[in-house]
Design a protein around this ligand. Sequence first.
Ligand SMILES: [Fe+2]
Length: 253
Amino acid sequence: MEKLKLVVALVIVGILGLQGISIAKDLSKNQMKKDQSNHNIKKETSMNAPNKFEFQPLPYAYDALEPFIDKLTVEIHYSKHHKAYYDNFINAIKGTEMESMGIKDIFKNVSKYPMAVRNNSGGYFNHTFYWESMKANGGGLPTGKLSETITKTFSSFDEFKKQFSDAGKTRFGSGWAWLCLDDEGSLFICSTPNQDNPLMDIAEKKGIPLLTMDVWEHAYYLKYQNKRPDYVEAFWNLVNWEEVAKRYESALK
Ligand SMILES: [Fe+2]
């Protein structure tokens, strides 16, 4: 009788054990699904907050900006140029206090750090900001409050477009054109050399960036060769005004 009880007990323990393994497997599967989902959310969020020192995925396919920016240019620009700035930035901050800082805090003190930090932190951030400033089938006109403020500040949208385009066309050598919000809540247009940006303490005029255009030759040379003005003109077909409006609303807060 005792033996029978022991056998029954062992069978029950065995069944419970198998159920336990099965439950553990299910839990583990669910956890993996959850982790994957969190990872995706993190990836999406990080595109809008490029301060996590990740090399964010391009928000569209390499050929999404055709015919205005060709596939090969986007591919090389993103996977070679942008990636190199990212890698060099990570190397430049390795083992320093900057590893635990936000990128905007690095910019605020960038003059105190080696030139490699200035060039590569800018190259890393500016390009992410540039990719997000564009989209397939972009362009058109801004809407809502941003549209009103642009018209009020620059007298018309065409005048804004002309001033922004000129900032890009006349930037000597390599650099960027920007639309920004200043400390007093006013819009202004500027350009920066190399990989500098208006968040850096060395900027001629500091502000919160809302829109940018890369005017380095690597951004347009394959398709437009030396004709930077043609690339600048084409850029207006790509502007992601919804994203610019979101940045404006957030900068006002
Ligand atoms: Fe670039």
